[in-house]
Design a protein around this ligand. Structure first.
Ligand code: MRU
Length: 364
């Protein structure tokens, strides 16, 4: 997707062929700054500190982290250490483990001399596949938006609510939840996006930045506003992303997604979740009981980043000094609240049967 008319991916290789480049997403939307990752430890820090975030992008950067490790030292110890360090960087998004296992399984059986080239080939494959999957998700999700547009009088806008950032910054390109929206806008459907602020880390600012760069009309709202908008008929559908989707179709996504799904159900608003298949964790059945939820620093709850009128980034306290804070990064939306899953292979029910019909090869 584009920033100021120039096409970017969210991760790419520098011209030396081994350095990995990313945007520092902690600086966005205020500053567009790139960072170079030269070691496996750099890649681990980028994921842990959320310079990159979003399940598919975390997976791609982890794969590049394995490649950087092999560039540094291609021994068995280095391979094992890279896996062990990278897998611990964030606990919830399953794409991380998926990408690391895919890479590790191939590399462990190779001569040391072949490991670096192969690791870069796999990381590039994972990145390119993600772009292809997200593009397909966009095409399938577009049909949902088109069918809602057809129920409206000519010229009437389709209003879509999204939570967090599941756009191109969270993937390698296009995004998951935002891909259908970009495509609808590009084919001339009038869309408007209600962008949840997504406290505590304000990923809604990233979504607003992306949509603004692409010219998609949008409005940033407080996280608590969605239910009110749905009650007043101002939301035609919700589309969100996911960090892990279970075998029965439960979805783990950014904290607050569950409340939006409850409000959508109560107001008969369709609630869709967009995901590429590497976000499936078919080893898990009950998402509420089994998915580890990342617990982040309470300081992210008591403080907020902003930009002063002088253009300086500032970390501002919003709570009484010493207030105890708890900061759960994700929650689980049970399958029964979900209208459908939009995947690269099409749209299915959020159920074991729905997933099996689309992914018989993965479901076994
Ligand atoms: O904590 P984050 O910013 O990594 O969380 C991201 C999300 O929750 C996204 O909605 C999810 O990864 C889907 S991204 C296509």
């Amino acid at each position: 997707m584009k920033i100021n008319g120039i096409h970017y991916r969210s991760v790419w290789l520098a011209s030396d062929g081994y350095t990995v480049e990313i945007f520092d997403q902690t600086k966005l939307p205020f500053e567009v700054q790139t960072i170079q990752l030269r070691t496996m430890q750099d890649a681990a820090t980028a994921i842990k500190e959320m310079w990159v975030r979003g399940a598919p992008l975390i997976g791609a950067v982890a794969a590049y982290g394995m490649a950087l490790a092999m560039h540094q030292e291609s021994s068995d110890e280095s391979l094992q250490q890279a896996y062990n360090v990278l897998v611990k960087t964030r606990p919830t998004a399953i794409n991380l483990k998926w990408a690391l296992e895919r890479t590790y399984r191939v590399l462990e059986n190779l001569e040391h001399s072949q490991r670096e080239t192969t690791a870069y080939r796999i990381a590039n494959e994972i990145a390119n596949e993600d772009v292809e999957f997200c593009h397909k998700i966009g095409e399938h999700g577009l049909k949902i938006i088109q069918s809602i547009a057809e129920t409206k009088s000519t010229g009437e806008t389709v209003n879509i609510l999204t939570h967090c950032n599941a756009g191109w910054l969270a993937t390698v390109d296009w995004g998951t939840a935002l891909a259908p929206i970009y495509m609808a806008h590009d084919v001339g459907i009038k869309v408007h996006v209600w962008v949840d602020e997504t406290r505590p880390r304000n990923q809604g600012g990233l979504t607003a930045f992306e949509l603004g760069s692409h010219g998609v009309p949008h409005t940033l709202i407080a996280d608590n506003a969605g239910g009110h908008l749905m009650q007043h008929g101002k939301v035609d559908l919700c589309i969100v992303g996911t960090d892990r989707t279970t075998a029965r179709g439960d979805v783990c996504n950014k904290i607050g997604t569950y409340l939006k799904a409850l409000a959508a159900k109560a107001n008969q608003v369709p609630f869709y979740v967009a995901l590429p298949s590497p976000t499936l964790d078919l080893t898990v059945w009950d998402g509420v009981k089994e998915i580890p939820i990342e617990l982040r620093s309470g300081e992210e709850q008591s403080h907020v980043y902003g930009i002063t009128p002088e253009g300086l980034r500032s970390w501002v306290n919003t709570a009484p000094h010493g207030t105890s804070c708890e900061n759960y990064a994700f929650d689980v939306t049970p399958a029964e609240l979900i209208t459908g899953l939009i995947t690269e292979r099409g749209i299915c029910d959020a159920s074991a049967e729905g997933l099996r019909a689309l992914f018989p090869d993965l479901c076994g």
